[in-house]
Design a protein around this ligand. Structure first.
Ligand code: PGA
Length: 264
């Protein structure tokens, strides 16, 4: 069975000290839920993935290691070169060193604020697949203007076509891929997509990827104003295999409840 991915993106929030407190609360609450019989099979059905800032990945790993079957780490971004004179960047080997099993690639904030192009994102995807043991969480999604013109399917298809180019040229490897559909207009706005509209886009992405690439394990997760109040209806949709949560992941009790409700 495909495990659901319930991912937290901390973005540029939290120092190491904050993160230590965060995980202590998360794990204590998790044990409390377990004590009440509210958390029994969650670890079998899903993974809680934390994209902490890169300054905290190694520290986070030390804390979460005992819960490694259920709690995983992700980088928020990576650079495509292996090493060299690239001031400020981090490589795949560096994040693996800190226990990351996932890497977010092409988040809309990287695209919008840092001018990241689909061509750069394709190079990052290629770098992830040239290395073993890291699954990319590739983010795609349209902005408000595109949605208003009802061009979102063409837009997302165009992103995928370039971003997934590396999957066309490599063969004989096992490819695990997570795509996060994150409509830009829904991120941080309190305006999540209607679950049925989200499901429609997820299905479109699923069909496009399945008919054009050989991906062994494909999960499509949704991001954009996910909260305790809407997680259940989103997860009830057949093509929504998990979520990527920004703002609502910053409070450990809220995020744990999102994880719990995603399995309810
Ligand atoms: P949000 O962010 O949950 O705060 O809308 C989601 C994201 O940017 O991944």
């Amino acid at each position: 069975m495909k495990k659901k991915i319930i991912a937290a993106n901390f973005k540029m929030n939290k120092t190491n000290r904050d993160i230590e407190e965060y995980f202590n609360t998360f794990v204590n609450n998790m044990n409390e839920f377990k004590g009440k019989g509210l958390f029994e099979n969650i670890g079998l059905n899903s993974e809680a993935v934390f994209a902490t800032p890169c300054t905290s990945l190694c520290e986070s790993y030390k804390i979460i290691k005992p819960y490694g079957d259920f709690i995983k780490l992700s980088a928020q971004d990576i650079y495509f070169e292996k090493n060299g004179a690239y001031t400020g960047e981090i490589s795949i080997d560096m994040i693996k060193d800190c226990g990351c099993e996932y890497a977010i690639v092409g988040h809309s904030e990287r695209r919008r604020i840092f001018n990241e192009t689909d061509e750069t994102i394709a190079k990052k995807m290629s770098a992830v697949y040239s290395s073993e043991g890291v699954t990319p969480i590739l983010c795609v999604g349209e902005n408000k203007e595109v949605r208003e013109k009802d061009m979102q399917y063409d837009f997302v298809k165009k992103q995928l076509k370039t971003d997934l180019e590396p999957l066309k040229t490599k063969s004989g490897k096992v490819y695990s891929l997570i795509i996060a559909y994150e409509p830009v207009w829904a991120i941080g706005t309190d305006l999540p997509i209607r679950p049925e509209d989200g499901d429609k886009m997820h299905r479109f992405i699923y069909d496009y990827v399945r008919s054009n690439y050989e991906v062994d394990e494909l999960r499509i997760i949704y991001g954009g104003s996910v909260k305790e109040s809407n997680i259940k209806e989103l997860m009830d949709e057949p093509y929504i295999n998990g979520v990527l949560v920004g703002g609502a992941s910053l409070d450990p009790s809220v995020f744990l409840n999102i994880v719990r409700l995603s399995n309810a």
